[in-house]
Structures are given as C-alpha cells and as structure tokens.
Design a protein around this ligand. Structure first.
Ligand SMILES: Nc1ncnc2c1ncn2[C@@H]1O[C@H](COP(=O)(O)OP(=O)(O)OP(=O)(O)O)[C@@H](O)[C@H]1O
Ligand SMILES: CC(C)(CO)[C@@H](O)C(=O)[O-]
Ligand code: BAL
Length: 319
C-alpha cells in the first residue's frame, strides 16, 4: 500500500497517521479496493470496552480505523483535559493484540482546529456543530459545553475517515442519541452502531477515568450501577410506573454508601450528581413510564473528584 504513516509512531504493525493528508491517501486506496470501513472514535487510554467495539467493528467491516484524540472542545476550563490519561504505547500494543485494527488516526489539535481552540466557549472561533434539543439535559446540565464539543469533533472525524459504519458505546448513552440525531439531521451516509457497556466482574462500567480511583474508591465504585439496577428491577416487577417510586431504591443505595464512606472516615466524599429516567427518543424526563416506553435510566456520581456515569436501558436493546 502506498501511504505515508508516521513510522516514528508504533512499530509498523499498524500504520499510525498523525497527518490528515496522509490518512486520506491511505483511505483512498481502500475505496479503490472496494473495502468497507468501520470507525471507532476514542480518546485513548484504551480498555476492554474500547477493544470490544474494535473487534465488533471488524466483524462487520473489512477495515477498522481507531482514532485517538483527546478533544479539547468537549472539556470545560475547570475539567480534566490536562490530567486525562494519555498512554499511546499501551494503546498501540492493545490494538496490535486485538488483530482487528487496520489503522490508527492520531490527529494533531492544530489540524483538527485550524482556527485554534480555547476552552473558554465565549472566545472560541471557527465552526461548531450543535444538536439542539438533545444536548442540554442530563449530562448537558453539568456539562453544557460537552455535546457541542463531541458533535463538532465527531463531524470532523467522520469527514476524515469517511466510514461506512461508526461504533459507539452505550455507556455514553446520551452521546449515542446525540450522534445518531446528528447523522440523521446532516444526512451523513454512515450507519451508526451503539454497543452494550462492557463491565468489570463486579458490574462497574469500564471507563478510562476509572484509572483515577484509589483502591478504597474502587471498592465502593459500583454504587451507581447497583442503584440504577435496583431501579430497573422495580420496573421489571411491575410494582409501579411512577418515576418517584422507581428511583426510590436508587437514591437509597447512593445515600447509604455516601453515609458509609463518611462514617468510616474515608479520605474522600461520594456525591450524587443526578439520576434520570428519560425517553430514548426525546431525552425528556419521564414522570409516568408507559407500558412499552423505551427509556434510559442513568446517572452520574462523584467518587472523590472522579465523575462516574452509567445507565441501563428499559424496554430497549440498543440505542
Ligand atoms: N465500558 C464500555 N463499554 C463499551 N464501550 C465503551 C465503554 N467505555 C467507553 N466506551 C466507548 O468507547 C468510545 C470512546 O470512549 P472514551 O475514549 O471516552 O472512553 P471512556 O472510557 O468512556 O472514557 P471516559 O472515562 O473519559 O468517559 C465511546 O463510544 C464510549 O462510549
Ligand atoms: C466520541 C468521542 C471520542 C469524541 O471525542 C468521545 O466523546 C468519547 O470518547 O466518548
Ligand atoms: N466518553 C466521554 C468522554 C468525556 O467524558 O469527555
């Protein structure tokens, strides 16, 4: 294949492109060969959840591209852009081991944001994509800048990779709903797949940010999954369809763990950010759940300064 991957990155088993022009050359050759391309966008610090997306993409597509890009536009000035884990060498080794990745795209901030990018939204220059109606509830309340940053970078990455299919994780449920709407609204010729959340043995959703947890924090980090699972169980028993009653056991679990951490004098706090029960299509909060209504039961908690998110689906298999 004639392409100019950056040979200083990786050991040549997978081409790594840090230049968009070089990547486009490589992509063009696949098109000439009539091969289908699957795309897995990531921010790196890869774990088994990411690798599951890559392996599934490979089952459905001839060649899989993985991007690794910590996108400044989706971070607020007070968030963890600088601390976000960056581990290219081990990410590269995991992708080689997966035997499922045909190329890695590692774009530079300067190429992704030709007009520059500052985290201060009021000062930002250039073109941004925003999915109105789905970006300012749930995760969009504490992170009002977030989905604009995601929609913008995913649009740019789609324009570079030009995938036939794009693979996302259900762990970031609202992101899946936002990206699906964006693909529909902008008439992008891409099929989106949202795959189930990979979990640790005790149920904790895999996440790059789990690396921030100390062993003491890790011991109680399943609280959110236990909480939303308890709420889902209430729905499944048919005992009630009212939001308040559905969420009651979830609030109780979080309160109990919060108190336990305090009583034991552990050197961190647990704090609930939010719990939510929304319709999958509108992301509107549900007061009374319809019999077959597809819904997302989700939440976010802080364990120390680490913010964990998780969700389960109600009356739906895929987002
Ligand atoms: N546990 C998981 N199971 C399946 N997919 C996942 C999981 N965690 C992340 N993903 C998906 O991988 C893609 C890249 O996510 P990202 O690189 O932000 O990882 P992350 O673990 O979600 O990181 P963070 O800790 O920043 O939330 C997204 O589509 C995301 O939904
Ligand atoms: C989709 C994504 C790679 C865009 O930066 C990011 O939001 C993520 O990792 O979920
Ligand atoms: N997976 C979500 C990326 C973020 O929180 O910035």
């Amino acid at each position: 294949m004639s392409h100019s991957a950056n040979t200083a990155l990786g050991d040549g088993q997978i081409p790594v492109f840090d230049s968009i022009a070089a990547f486009r050359e490589w992509r063009e050759e696949l098109r000439r060969q009539g091969k289908t391309v699957g795309f897995v966008p990531t921010m790196g610090a890869l774990h088994a959840g990411h690798l599951g997306l890559v392996k599934n993409a490979r089952k459905e597509c001839d060649a899989v591209v993985v991007s690794i890009f910590v996108n400044p536009a989706q971070f607020a000035p007070h968030e963890d852009l600088d601390q976000y884990p960056r581990s290219f060498d081990s990410d590269y080794a995991s992708l080689v081991e997966s035997k499922s990745c045909a190329a890695i795209l590692l774009p530079k901030v300067s190429e992704m944001y030709p007009a520059g990018i500052t985290l201060d939204r009021a000062q930002q220059q250039g073109t941004f994509v925003e999915v109105q109606g789905l970006s300012h509830q749930m995760e969009g309340i504490p992170r009002p800048h977030f989905f604009r940053g995601v929609a913008t970078v995913v649009t740019k990455l789609f324009n570079i990779v030009q995938p036939d299919r794009a693979f996302f994780g259900q762990k970031d449920a609202q992101q899946c709903v936002v990206v699906r709407a964006m693909i529909r609204d902008l008439l992008l010729p891409i099929r989106m797949r949202a795959l189930p959340t990979a979990r640790e043995q005790d149920g904790l959703a895999m996440s790059s940010r789990n690396r921030y947890l100390t062993p003491e924090m890790r011991n109680i980090a399943t609280l959110l999954y236990r909480a939303i699972s308890a709420a889902k169980e209430v729905i499944q028993t048919g005992a009630t369809n009212e939001r308040e009653e559905i969420l009651k056991p979830a609030y109780a679990i979080i309160e109990e763990v919060t108190k336990q951490v305090k009583d034991q004098g552990l050197p961190f706090e647990v704090r609930l950010d939010y719990l939510s029960l929304v319709d999958v299509a509108t992301l509107g909060e549900i007061e009374v759940l319809g019999k077959e209504q597809a819904a997302i039961l989700s939440g976010a908690v802080y364990v120390g300064t680490t913010r964990l998110i998780d969700n389960v689906l109600i009356n739906a298999e895929e987002l």
